[in-house]
Design a protein around this ligand. Structure first.
Ligand code: PLP
Length: 321
């Protein structure tokens, strides 16, 4: 449908589902795999939704005034989405990110005029890192509005109001399993809650990085699955407030090479450029689709962003496995 809009934010959401027919047939999968193309949001990721939700909420409450400044902690996509919407509405933006952030994402943040404060990745080995970094950001920028993607209830609420109903409507209620990762937890908590209210037997499965894909003292810079955290075995203060732990029925761990290989397979077999967490979600969805009990079921996996954001991370540098 062709539309004419006068504000970038009007283009957020209503993303399509793509059935991965060739990918599924090539592997003789018994379940139907559907990819929720969040990379089609105007600034290119699932985070466009929550960036707009948090800015709109702040504007409505009068907490963000014209010419104001936004600050948050981000592994990239939330910052990029906030930076773009801030630019479109006349705000400044400042983001604190780990120094493992992909150079492609830094370039995008700079394109929108943001300031980036890089924090050594070793800092995040401290279980209290997020709390400490939040305090630091607020202390260094008392004038700014802290959007707080990890704890702002506008984040999961927006997914409850939009992402969940979109998946329900596009599948005419046929969705049986929702697969995603947890960065803030907003996507799965919001969309998952909506879908479970409609269909209590629906299962929410979390794709989480395995032990070899998270920073440690010995290896503070492993190849990571961008934007998502290991939730099982995390300290309580490391679990984002926006992740409703009661929503997850199962956690499946995978390592970064499997996520990258799945992104490569999606490019070759479907022409779909899926980022690293999207590759992880499809890898996990593929495992679920092989289980006999899921024969004939419909699995929806979130394609959080595009592989174009990870070209310099070498996502396409190895042959298809
Ligand atoms: C690439 C990517 N994938 C997945 C996620 C996780 O989404 P959520 O914050 O809704 O849990 C994020 C969030 O930072 C992300 O940037």
């Amino acid at each position: 449908m062709s539309v004419l809009v006068s504000d970038l934010t009007e283009l957020i959401g209503d993303t399509p589902l793509l059935e991965l027919r060739r990918y599924g047939a090539n592997r003789r999968l018994g379940a139907r795999l559907l990819a929720k193309l969040e990379l089609q949001n105007p600034v290119g990721s699932v985070k466009d939704r929550i960036a707009w939700a948090m800015i709109r909420d702040a504007e409505e409450r009068g907490a963000l005034a014209p010419g104001g400044t936004i600050v948050d902690l981000t592994s990239g996509n939330t910052g990029i989405a906030l930076a773009a919407i801030a630019a479109a509405r006349g705000y400044e933006s400042i983001f604190y990110a780990g120094d493992n952030i992909s150079p492609d994402k830094v370039a995008l943040l700079r394109a929108f005029g943001s300031t980036i404060v890089e924090v050594p990745n070793t800092f995040f080995l401290d279980p209290d890192a997020l709390v400490l970094l939040r305090e630091r950001a607020q202390k260094e920028h008392p004038e700014a509005y802290f959007t707080d993607q990890l704890g702002n209830p506008a984040n999961p609420r927006y997914h409850y109001d939009t992402t969940g109903p979109e998946i329900w409507n596009a599948t005419s209620g046929a969705v049986d399993i929702l697969v995603g990762g947890v960065g803030t937890g907003g996507t799965l908590s919001g969309a998952g809650r909506y879908l479970k209210e409609r269909k209590p037997e629906l299962r929410v499965v979390v794709a989480e990085p395995g032990l070899g894909s998270v920073p440690t003292e010995e290896n503070p810079y492993p190849k990571e699955i961008d934007g998502v955290h290991k939730i099982t075995e995390a300290e309580p203060q490391q679990i984002p407030d926006n992740f409703d732990q009661s929503i997850a029925d199962e956690f499946i761990a995978l390592e970064t090479p499997d996520a990258f290989a799945t992104s490569r397979a999606l490019a070759r077999e479907e022409g779909l450029l899926a980022g690293t967490s999207a590759g992880a979600n499809i890898f996990v969805a593929t495992q679920l689709a092989r289980r006999p009990e899921n024969e004939g079921k419909t699995i929806v996996a979130i394609i959080c962003d595009s592989a174009e954001r990870y070209l310099s991370a070498g996502i396409f540098e190895e042959p298809v496995g």
